[in-house]
Write a protein that binds this ligand. Structure first.
Ligand SMILES: C=C(OP(=O)(O)O)C(=O)O
Ligand SMILES: [Mg+2]
Length: 573
């Protein structure tokens, strides 16, 4: 048995066998071969196995994730059946007497080069990504190095990965992926947020060597404490089986909070809403009794596609969400692309500091056609429910006014075409310190503000939210962060503007008492945090929490001190 520590990133405990999701070594040498026919046979065999594998993945993806997700594998099979491509590889093997690996890579690279030179055709460019993926698969069979493919998982596993992108995580089927261990990332990296939404226990920022975990090793992931136990003893396993039972019992007791309003012990009514990114997440939000959607991360619709989603396809989804929320407020955030949420088909140049770069509203204002398409879909959907729009990463009043002008313009055009349009509130995410510091001015021009602590903390502390090595600096309870949050909430209230929060801090059981004391109007969080947060608020007296909040911003000098005050206050109330 070996015990490791990491950052607890998604609640729950799981026991299953390890599945290492690592990049295989596909390097090879160029070789001169004597018998081209044997080499062509090797190539054809590798292609045949790859096709069979792709068919299996396609069927499984179709069953578990849907038709659209499965399409990409159909395209991969089509590439491997393309006679022109195969003829070229074979011809190179025959005429140049090179090994199959070399010929395959050389021909595929030449295709990719041509496709990438067609700079104005995104569809063609996407095909170059497909060719690279397919080449990797055939190479893996030629070299006898298996690819680790999440879509091929057909039994219960714990994923062991160096780093996980949100699109890797989106491919996981919760029926099979029971837990996640990754050595990169913090609690607020988007993969961690997604694992919470998918209810997969996760530990990130793993403080050990992932090489010590072998495929098939039994692993316990404790997403409540950050413990990871590899090859547990029988006693250890029994202890955790007991813990899983207790965790499930505690969760089932919370269900009585599903259909009641959020009320503090002295009768205050903050709203508890959910953060979602897909229609699947919406169901979890409804099942957990969300009183609204405080953040719809619309960029996931863009990431879940091989091309920009059309106005109609966006409209269909936005309309479904507001209709299913049946009059409860839904805040759609316009696409927050960039940072760790990349869109390969936009071919945006690589940046040294993507979290400080070309992302979110900066990209929307720079590529207004994409922005206008999204706004039209949202404005049309507003006729079907209670819909608000907010802009991400706003840093200046000028940016907000520019974005709002584009919104007004699209709204006026739709009204002129007799399209039904509802009342729409327009707000901003407060996640850039510049906007937080200018909150009193923003309060004059916006309908609401939603504090995005995931980014705000990383910018205030100058500590990348996904970097394990400096994760000690990513401090939600630091008095500097709390002072800034309080100043935003105060500025809103001085102006009669509602103050919301949709960063992960809104669902943090240690932060909630402070935020109740600051008078936050809406807490928007992962659906899985709603019931326990509602249960916690029920126990809090908001007047005592005001005293707590004031102490944390005026007396505390460290996070530890803040936590001590929280602890004392909870002991009292
Ligand atoms: C909610 C936020 O947005 P995201 O996590 O998507 O960056 C935030 O920054 O707090
Ligand atoms: Mg953000």
């Amino acid at each position: 048995m070996t015990k490791f520590k990491g950052i607890a990133a998604s609640d729950g405990i799981a026991i299953a066998s390890a599945f290492r999701l690592t990049e295989p070594d596909l390097s090879f040498d160029k070789k001169t071969i004597k018998n081209p026919d044997t080499e062509i046979d090797r190539l054809n065999q590798a292609i045949e196995i790859s096709k069979q594998e792709l068919r299996t993945i396609q069927q499984r993806t179709f069953k578990d994730l849907g038709r659209h997700e499965a399409e990409v594998f159909k395209a991969h099979i089509a590439i491997l059946s393309d006679p022109e491509l195969l003829k070229r590889i074979e011809s190179m093997i025959k005429t140049q007497h090179v090994n199959a690996e070399y010929a395959l890579k050389d021909v595929s690279d030449s295709y990719v080069k041509i496709f990438n030179s067609m700079t104005d055709n995104d569809y063609i460019k996407q095909r170059s990504t497909d060719i690279n993926d397919v080449t990797k698969r055939v190479l893996s069979h030629l070299l006898g190095v298996p690819l680790t493919d999440p879509a091929l998982i057909d039994h219960k596993v714990i994923i062991i990965a160096h780093d996980l992108t949100p699109s890797d995580t989106a491919q996981f089927v919760p029926n099979y992926v029971k837990g996640i261990v990754s050595d990169m990332g913090g609690r607020t990296s988007h993969s961690a947020i997604m694992s919470r939404t998918m209810e997969i226990p996760a530990v990130v920022g793993f403080q050990g060597s992932l090489a010590d975990i072998k495929d098939g090793d039994q692993v316990i992931v404790d997403g409540l404490t950050g413990n990871v136990i590899v090859k547990p003893s029988n006693d250890e396993k029994n202890e955790y089986v007991e813990k899983i039972k207790k965790y499930r019992q505690a969760n089932s007791q919370l269900t009585s909070f599903r259909n009641v309003a959020t009320t503090s012990s002295d009768g205050k009514h903050p709203i508890i809403a959910a953060n979602i990114g897909t229609l699947d997440d919406l169901q979890a939000a409804i099942d957990n009794g969300a009183e609204g959607i405080g953040l719809f991360r619309t960029e996931f619709l863009y990431m879940d596609s091989d091309e920009l989603p059309s106005e109609q396809s966006q409209f269909d989804i936005y309309k479904t969400v507001v209709q299913r929320m049946a009059g409860k407020p839904v805040i759609f955030r316009t696409a927050d692309i960039g940072g760790d949420k990349e869109l390969p088909y936009l071919h945006t140049p690589h940046e040294a500091n993507p979290f400080l770069g070309y992302r979110a509203i900066r990209m929307s204002l720079d590529q207004p056609d994409i922005f206008r398409t999204q706004l039209r879909a949202l404005i049309r959907a507003s006729a079907y429910g209670n819909l608000s729009i907010m802009f991400p990463m706003i840093a200046t009043i000028t940016e907000f006014e520019h974005a709002k002008r584009i919104f007004e313009d699209e709204r006026a055009k739709l009204i002129a075409q007799d399209v039904a349009v509802g009342d729409i509130r327009i707000g901003i995410m407060v996640e850039v310190p510049a906007a937080a510091l200018l909150a009193d001015q923003f309060a004059n021009v916006v309908d609401f503000m939603s504090i995005g602590t995931n980014d705000l903390i990383q910018y205030v502390m100058a500590a990348d939210r996904g970097n394990r090595r400096i994760s000690y600096l990513y401090q939600p309870y630091n008095p500097s962060v709390l002072r800034l949050i309080k100043s935003v909430i105060d500025a809103c209230h001085d102006n009669g503007t509602p103050a919301y929060m949709c960063g992960e801090m809104a669902g943090d059981q240690k932060a909630i008492p402070i935020l109740v004391g600051m008078g936050l109007n809406e807490f928007s969080m992962s659906a899985t945090s709603i019931l326990k947060s509602r249960a916690l608020i029920k126990e809090l007296d908001s007047r005592e929490m005001v005293t707590l909040a004031n102490k944390t911003v005026s007396l505390a000098s460290t996070s530890q001190q803040v936590l001590k005050y929280v602890h004392q206050a909870l002991g009292k109330s």
